[in-house]
Design a protein around this ligand. Structure first.
Ligand SMILES: Cc1cc2nc3c(=O)[nH]c(=O)nc-3n(C[C@H](O)[C@H](O)[C@H](O)COP(=O)(O)OP(=O)(O)OC[C@H]3O[C@@H](n4cnc5c(N)ncnc54)[C@H](O)[C@@H]3O)c2cc1C
Length: 400
């Protein structure tokens, strides 16, 4: 019996996992990768540590036109199966706060190394520096053509080409064009897990300052280290919230999340008594970041800052409390694809079988990872989707 020839377009997280799952004695597997090396993006994940999954991952952590599409993967190959496979490949892992899982060595390169080792040892052909230009199905075979002029025939094709986020790391949106050429629909695309742009008059002056804050956009909140930048706001809570941005216009920052508004008002009155002759520009020293405190006073119209602290009126004290507990900034947009970690939107999942990742339009065509209209929250969820959908696509493509 002749072997099934499988092409995987993209040597990223989902493509490498698909290769691991697809290779067996009855298959020939070829990975096409447009950059010089596979897995460039894996190396950049989790600030070089690779937040490889999240033990709490469930459909609630995913977004898209139909987030329930991930249930197909949840039932078949999810967090436990993924961690078992990585353990088998050599990754000792550890769980950190909020279910985030990292390799014990704290190195993303280890995750790539074990995947590459398995792929190489099982005889998968990895063809780097080959950018797939088009795929055509003719007489039951897929013809894969590259910009370098190569042309090869395969029985099955898995599109694992990623989205549009972080194009420096390889994914440039070409997977959407390949799927469109087979009649698949692509939903609106926008950057996610990305910094937020705001009015810059205040944030620009606070550039580089980090504070612990609870950040709220619409009905969603996230607490963590918030970073002021010259264009707006960054840091883990911002990344976390952008996955749920929905045309929201304002962002609110609670700089004393462990205290109620009444607590904060009492603290202000106490400080007015203790620090009665201290100028307002020094009022927050020891309570909030000094420059943040000064900017906050200006933003609520308390002036001049040379006034003594005891001169604060009750109305001013209340305004200050409101700002500490909910400093508002207008959202003007997000940073671009170059800064984004993930793509929101992608190939409509209605065109695929969630149990196999096979196209409902073209037999033998599969898609996995970020190219599909599924994006996850910040915290290991996106890689989990890439591992699971890649594994399922690979296993099913290998079944003739
Ligand atoms: C800086 C950064 C940090 C991140 N950190 C985390 C994290 O810690 N945890 C987490 O869960 N997620 C993280 N993510 C998101 C996660 O990395 C992605 O969601 C995941 O890698 C998507 O996997 P993928 O295989 O679908 O796409 P990719 O990993 O983007 O791989 C696609 C591959 O296909 C190749 N390709 C594209 N088009 C073609 C073509 N036409 N021909 C040949 N090859 C092609 C690309 O070069 C690329 O190598 C991070 C992302 C970034 C950018």
């Amino acid at each position: 019996m002749s072997k099934t020839d499988i092409a995987i377009i993209g040597g990223g997280a989902s493509g490498l996992m698909a290769a691991v799952a697809a290779k067996n004695e009855d298959t020939n597997v070829t990975v096409f990768e447009r950059t010089k090396r596979v897995g460039k993006k894996i190396l950049a994940t989790g600030n070089g540590r690779c937040n490889m999954t999240n033990t709490g991952a469930g459909s609630k952590n995913y977004h898209g036109k139909d987030p329930s599409f991930v249930n197909g993967a949840i039932k078949r190959f999810w967090v436990n199966e993924t961690l078992e496979l990585f353990s088998e490949l050599g990754i000792l892992w550890k769980e950190e706060e909020r279910g985030k899982v990292y390799p014990y060595s704290d190195t993303a390169s280890a995750v790539l190394d074990v995947l590459r080792r398995r792929v190489e040892r099982t005889g998968t052909e990895v063809r780097c520096d080959l950018d797939v230009k088009s795929i055509e199905k003719k007489n039951g075979k897929f013809i894969v053509r590259t910009y370098s002029g190569t042309e090869d025939k395969f029985d099955k094709v898995i599109i694992a080409a990623g989205g549009k986020a972080a194009p420096d790391l390889g994914s440039n949106g070409s997977g959407y064009e390949l799927l469109k050429s087979f009649g698949h629909k692509i939903t609106a695309l926008r950057p996610s897990l990305v910094q937020i742009k705001t009015d810059t008059d205040i944030v620009k002056k606070l550039k580089g300052i980090k504070i612990d804050a609870n950040v709220t956009i619409g009905r969603n909140s996230s607490r963590g280290e918030l970073l002021f930048t010259d264009y707006g706001l960054s840091g883990p809570p911002i990344f976390e919230l952008t996955s749920r941005l929905n045309g929201d216009k304002t962002i609110e920052i609670d700089m004393m999340p462990d205290h109620t508004s009444d607590d904060v008002l009492n603290i202000i009155y106490e400080r007015m008594a203790y620090l009665y002759d201290v100028p307002l520009e020094e009022f927050f020293t020891g309570m909030l970041n000094k420059r943040v405190g000064q900017a906050l006073l200006k933003s609520v119209g308390v002036a001049p800052l040379s006034r003594e602290s005891s001169s604060l009126t009750e109305a001013e004290a209340k305004k200050i409390v409101s700002a500490i507990k909910g400093w508002r900034f207008n959202i003007t947009g997000t940073m671009s694809w170059n800064n984004a970690q993930v793509t929101k939107g992608g190939a409509e999942t209605a065109g695929f079988d969630s149990a196999t990742m096979e196209s409902k339009l073209i037999k033998g065509l599969y898609a996995c990872g970020e190219v599909l209209d599924i994006d996850g929250d910040c915290g290991g969820y996106n890689l989990q989707w890439a591992w699971s959908s890649g594994y399922i696509a690979g296993k099913n493509a290998a079944m003739s």
